[in-house]
Design a protein around this ligand. Structure first.
Ligand SMILES: Nc1ncnc2c1ncn2[C@@H]1O[C@H](COP(=O)(O)OP(=O)(O)O)[C@@H](O)[C@H]1O
Ligand SMILES: [Mg+2]
Length: 361
């Protein structure tokens, strides 16, 4: 029997605040799914409802065929790593890690054995008698993880677990946590507001905005095919071109001030609507000779412009180009910094139609 996790039409009100608004998603057993969104969008509340620390106002949470909506946290095969770690500062590492086993009446001999095993797994073997406040932030994070894993949950819920660590340690831990998830084969539901972290670690990303799901998909789907302006701007950098979307029998295009160019037709967009098109900077290539206008074909868009600014960042450069009333950024890898164009020079930008996403809202 599969133990996919289903969050089904879940809404949570706190008084007048609708923290989570009709959210549904499935997490396939053994996968790593991230809830991503800005502060206040409902990530923690969603996780706490899966863990059993909050009850949904409406909606159900099921694991396989088992409806766990009304079960207490300790009755569920889930375990949560809290943002603040929530360790007992005056208890030892061993007492902290063994706490969940004690609550479940696991005999002390077995408890000691399982605590020792899990401390090995998080690479802090033999630290049972250490005091929590002697440990570094990174070590405390591992203890919080060990304490959640020791009860052998089917689903591990992690609320911004790396938020308190410095950047280098955080990057290392991202890779370690992902490896650990693959090794253990258990389901991870991970919460972060950090888009890079989500792209690095996840099999799938669920993007939340103001209590609702904005889009879900693999990291590549989310990055390469954002459906809304919110997603396009929240994940990575992008160029947004605003204009009038025109759909005809022979194809669609965007009228954008003095320029227009073909776009992939979007059935969700109405002809004549004012909307935005998103093009990732690395999808925009730049040539330094300005050919005469009208170079676009049905699939290759070519527009003449003028280099406004060149921002050198070591391995990459961002070249700002003025095209009519719009500005576009072209990003490229830098091999020789002497090869970069000079501001004021004429140029041509080019992208493929499939890389321009018509955003519906
Ligand atoms: N216990 C609570 N009482 C009242 N409002 C809450 C409570 N918990 C969360 N909220 C509100 O619900 C919204 C979502 O919060 P939260 O789930 O913590 O978001 P996130 O984790 O994405 O930052 C916010 O507006 C927050 O202020
Ligand atoms: Mg939160």
């Amino acid at each position: 029997m599969s133990s996919d996790l289903h969050v089904d039409g879940v809404t949570k009100h706190f008084g007048d605040v609708r923290a989570v608004d009709d959210v549904s998603f499935t997490v396939e057993e053994g996968t790593f799914v991230t809830l991503l969104g800005p502060s206040g969008c409902g990530k923690t509340t969603t996780l706490r409802m899966i863990a059993g620390y909050e009850t949904p106002t409406t909606g159900r949470v099921t694991l396989g065929d088992r409806d766990i909506t009304d079960e207490k946290p300790y009755q569920r095969p889930t375990s949560m790593v809290f943002q603040s770690y929530a360790l007992f500062p005056h208890k030892t590492v061993g007492e902290n890690v063994g706490f969940g086993l004690k609550m479940r009446d696991v005999p002390s001999e077995e408890r000691d054995r399982r605590v020792a095993e899990i401390l090995e797994l998080v690479e802090l073997p033999g630290t049972e008698d250490r005091a929590i406040d002697e440990l570094s932030g990174g070590q405390q994070q591992r203890i919080a993880l060990a304490r959640s894993l020791v009860i052998e949950p089917e689903v591990l819920l992690l609320d911004e677990p790396l938020g308190a660590l410095d950047l280098k340690l955080r990057k290392n831990m991202q890779v370690e946590l992902k490896d650990l998830q693959e090794e253990l084969g258990i389901t991870f539901v991970y919460v972060t507001h950090d888009q890079e972290e989500a792209l690095t670690m996840s099999d799938e990303i669920v993007i939340l905005n103001d209590g609702r799901i904005e889009q879900r998909g693999t990291p590549a789907e989310i990055y390469e095919s954002p459906r809304t302006r919110f997603v396009a701007e929240f994940i990575g950098d992008t160029n947004l071109l605003d204009g009038t979307y025109v759909a005809t029998d022979s194809g669609a295009y965007l009228e954008c001030g003095s320029v227009e160019f073909p776009v992939e037709p979007n059935p969700a967009a109405e002809s004549g609507a004012t909307l935005s098109v998103s093009i990732r900077p690395e999808k925009v290539s730049l040539e330094e000779s300005a050919a005469r206008n009208g170079g676009s074909t049905e699939t290759d868009i070519t527009l003449d412009g003028v280099v406004d600014d060149v921002i050198y960042q070591g391995n990459v450069a961002k070249i700002h180009v003025r095209i009519g009333d719009s500005e576009l950024i072209s990003e490229r890898h830098v091999v020789n910094s002497t090869d970069l164009p000079t501001p004021g020079s004429e140029c041509r930008v080019r992208w493929t139609k499939e890389h321009a996403d018509v955003l519906v809202e």
